[in-house]
Write a protein that binds this ligand. Structure first.
Ligand SMILES: [Zn+2]
Length: 469
């Protein structure tokens, strides 16, 4: 880490020294102008998006994978295979594409992700996209009484004169994340048809089951281990999500002794609920409640309590912990464990704990230059990036937990996801594609090996590529 800082400082000062020289000699250190190239693929991108909306791909909380997702994955795989890159469809229907570097210098491995499933929370079969060209600013009346207007959606004001896409009102639109998938596939097409584009090693993964919180479950079936990663599943133009909650679920199980309470003193009967309630109250302090948490402040919630096997002698407490800082969650766990130990002693019961990590803050291990790269890639597409934090989890945060490496989430133009009034800004989707294109040559120009691999922490050790250290 220290060496790395030293080197980057050194490289930065050399660059500062060289920049005026380059300008003086008329040599500009600029990246290729992607504007014309991006514009060429704009209609293709939109066509592809509209095609994908007709493909039902809803995930389901109670199924490993739905038949609709399997069909979608197979079609996408077949389409991507025509580009001729190394493409893999895994056992659990992850689509993975790898493109080797075509430059001679070392570059970080650049990764892009998106998801092809759509939410099961709202009608999503037989989607009929409604394309509105040159939007006139009037309220948009959809079937079933759904209306889109400036009151409910102020961002629409910026769409006057532009192209937007809605559903017909009987379903969602599925821009979440058909927009991201359209961007990925169009990017692959662009790379195939323009072999002159300079790029380092690229890894692209398109996952199932994101909308049921399981997009990273079988990621290890793919070799997706980028140094610099971006997830294409964000919303408004320019939005880049750079941090999110760490999330853990902690189960405490209070185990008493079964028997009859009338002879508890003699038969050792121990009801579990008094100690369970005491533990619940003491570990879910008022100041930690979700309703008292805003901004970057986390929370600890007693989510629910269960009676186990219908017995008074066994009680389960389910806590949910959310914080941008893992240290806060760890401090809560230390505190709760101390309380659990003393309550167990006081009431002569057993208290057992189980911890489940749910997702992780991507900021905990992000490539040090991810922000600067996103900034430049956006600016070159005429987009002003707004870096924001998310009080929730993202695909990137689920991948973070599994791979130990974070990714920023990039806007895609999808709006109002999981809603009958979901819509898409065609321009924002196009800008997102353009940003992705810019990211490719920004990464290729970095001329440095994968720094993050050497910084990856504990649980990520298994995933570090051989030879990377
Ligand atoms: Zn999504």
């Amino acid at each position: 880490m220290k060496h790395y800082k030293l080197w980057s400082a050194l490289i930065a000062s050399i660059a500062l020294f060289l920049a005026p020289l380059a300008q003086a000699s008329g040599v500009k250190n600029h990246r290729p102008d992607n504007q014309a190239l991006a514009a060429k693929y704009r209609p293709v991108l939109m066509e592809r998006f509209l095609k994908y909306t007709t493909q039902d791909s809803q995930s389901d909380n109670d199924q490993d994978i739905t038949p609709e997702q399997i069909e979608t994955a197979k079609k996408l795989f077949a389409e991507i295979q025509t580009f001729g890159f190394a493409t893999k469809l895994t056992e659990h229907y992850y689509i993975y594409v790898e493109i080797p570097s075509n430059v001679t210098h070392p570059t970080p491995v650049l990764g892009f992700s998106s998801h092809y499933d759509t939410t099961p929370d709202i009608a999503g079969k037989n989607i009929k996209a409604n394309v509105i060209k040159k939007y006139d600013g009037q309220p948009i009346v959809l079937k079933n009484g759904h209306v889109l207007d400036f009151n409910t959606d102020p961002y629409l004001k910026q769409m006057v004169g532009k192209t937007i896409v809605t559903s017909d009102g009987t379903t969602m639109l599925s821009g979440d994340d058909k927009a991201g998938v359209s961007i990925m596939v169009t990017l692959l097409q662009t790379l195939k048809e323009n072999p002159n584009i300079k790029h380092g090693k690229l890894q692209i993964v398109i996952t199932p089951n994101e909308d049921v919180g399981r997009s990273a479950d079988y990621i290890e079936e793919t070799p997706y281990r980028p140094d610099l990663a971006f997830d294409f599943d964000g919303k408004v133009n320019g939005e880049v999500t750079v941090a999110n909650f760490n999330a853990e679920k902690v189960i405490y199980r209070v185990k008493g002794v079964n028997g009859h309470q009338s002879h508890a003193a003699e038969n050792g009967y121990r009801n579990a609920w008094k100690p369970a309630c005491e533990l619940g109250a003491i570990c879910a302090k008022e100041e930690w409640l979700p309703n008292n948490s805003t901004g970057t402040q986390g929370y600890a919630e007693l989510h629910h309590m269960n009676m186990v096997d219908g017995k008074m002698s066994e009680a389960e407490l389910d806590f949910r912990l959310r914080s941008f800082k893992q240290s806060e969650i760890d401090a809560w766990k230390d505190y709760a464990q101390q309380k659990a130990d003393s309550i167990a002693k006081k009431y002569d019961v057993q208290i057992e704990r189980q911890v489940f990590k749910q997702y992780q803050n991507v900021a905990e291990n992000i490539h040090p230059k991810a922000g600067a790269l996103a900034q430049r890639a956006c600016e070159r597409a005429g987009v002003t990036p707004t870096f924001k934090t998310e009080r929730d989890g993202t695909t990137a945060s689920m991948l973070m937990l599994k791979l130990g490496r974070g990714a920023y989430t990039i806007f895609t133009g999808q709006q109002n996801a999981h809603n009958f009034t979901e819509w898409l800004s065609e321009e924002d989707m196009f800008k997102s594609y353009w940003v992705a294109l810019n990211m490719i040559d920004e990464a290729a120009a970095m001329r440095e090996p994968d720094q993050v691999a050497t910084q990856a922490r504990s649980h990520a050790e298994d995933y570090i590529r051989p030879g990377a250290r």
